[in-house]
Ligand binder design. Sequence first.
Ligand code: NAP
Ligand code: MG
Length: 494
Amino acid sequence: MVNFMGSIEKRNRTVAVNEFPTALYINGRWIESSEGKKFPVFNPATEAVVAEVSDADIVDAQCAVDAAARALPAWAGKSPRQRSEILYKSFEIVSRQKEHLARLMTLENGKALKDSNAEVTYAAEFLRWYAEECVRISGEVMQAPASGAQILVQYRPAGVAVLVTPWNFPAAMGTRKIAPALAAGCSVVVKPASETPLTMLALAECFAEAGVPPGVVNIVPSSKSASVVSHMLSDSRVRVVSFTGSTEVGRNLLRESAHNVINPAMELGGNAPFIVLEDADIDAAVEGAVVAKMRNSGETCTAVNRIYVHDKRHDVFAERLTSRMSALKVGNGLDNGVDVGPLVNAGTRNKVAGFVEDAVKRGARVLTGGQMPTGIGFFYPPTVIVGVPEDAKCVREEIFGPVAAIQRFADDEEVIFKANNTEYGLVAYIYSENLKRALGLANKLEFGMVGINRGLVSDPAAPFGGMKSSGIGREGGREGLFEFLEPQYISTNW
Ligand code: NAP
Ligand code: MG
């Protein structure tokens, strides 16, 4: 039986923040975990410990939900303009802190500094976008066709939201949830990935400085994520669970949210096809493939996983992509000129190496890379493989690493079938100089997002999300707000 006597007021273990915070952030205070435990965060380039972070357990998680529930009425009761201004201030502070946040992100995640800088900009833009959306949450009035009664629809804050984020975008996957939640008038408890909790904790300082009231944003890093999240979902005051991560964990959380019928928003795995039609601009397609494959060393849910090139253009595409990929500089993400940092941990790197071995065993040919380096750091070289058969593991599963796997196709029908032949449906890419044809093809693809002649679709102003096993709901755009709002319909006569 758990003892919940650990209410936040009774805790006197408030800690000082030095270079960057490493404690739990609950009710506007930095505190150690109830049992005083910590877990290490590693730098994937050096394998050294960057910091020891307070390890939240279910007592701490309960404190965080309590704090969020208490802060909710006052935050929901603020005027949209007041919430908007705090969000806008957060945007300015995060933007000002870009260099610091980007370095911290590279330290804990490994990604090249230019990727970290781009992520901080992207992360900050969600704060700006939802500062703007915050004041435009409108309802509806209409007349009931049969009775003539007035139908009023208003959107109310859904309540306390639990936000669970992955390690591949330690800042942006947080702000993509926090910003719309706060705009909607919700309070939140964030459970960042245990590989990369430092960036999120550093963001808490930005929110505090911007005037986010205590308890509105709480952050509970934990090495016992399953029990901590599950405990929070058992609290009936939690009304939203927004998760970004693997499909497997997403399925679990859907099951767990069933009990209290919690609104789920799920951004799950992907298996993106990248289709190069015979009329494509090959140089543009190669550039797009490098962006879509190599951002974050390939550790993105939108990363190109299967490259399908028309028979007539296959060889020239493969040759040019190989030359671009082999020219990328691999190294410690903090070093100047590095394009590709290490993968996040040994397990991820081994998985990537296993995908290449499996494909080669089944007949694929390596054009560049493919050798696991020895030495310190979880590095893996940019790799191109051709002749990859449909049953290769890297075609069926998410690679999540710097491996470009190329297949051929003969006609549109074949490529549409292959592209859709997956349980995932997050994003697809099409390269063609014929926009009408590309749009027609997009219409036949079962993916929540399609990039046409672009290798990057993520945008705070657009609804990001997947079909099929890639998720439920959308983040960003106007749609992102609705995950944190409950419509209330009032029927009346006047
Ligand atoms: P993950 O293992 O599912 O973890 C994601 C988050 O869930 C982490 O905070 C993790 O905490 C937590 N978690 C793990 N097991 C849990 C459980 N049983 N109950 C509750 N929470 C749990 O995913 P990942 O390996 O970090 O991230 C990679 C995956 O995320 C890929 O599949 C990728 O496609 C997907 N992703 C999707 C999007 C999108 O928008 N669709 C964006 C980015 C990434 P710990 O760190 O402590 O394990
Ligand atoms: Mg790390």
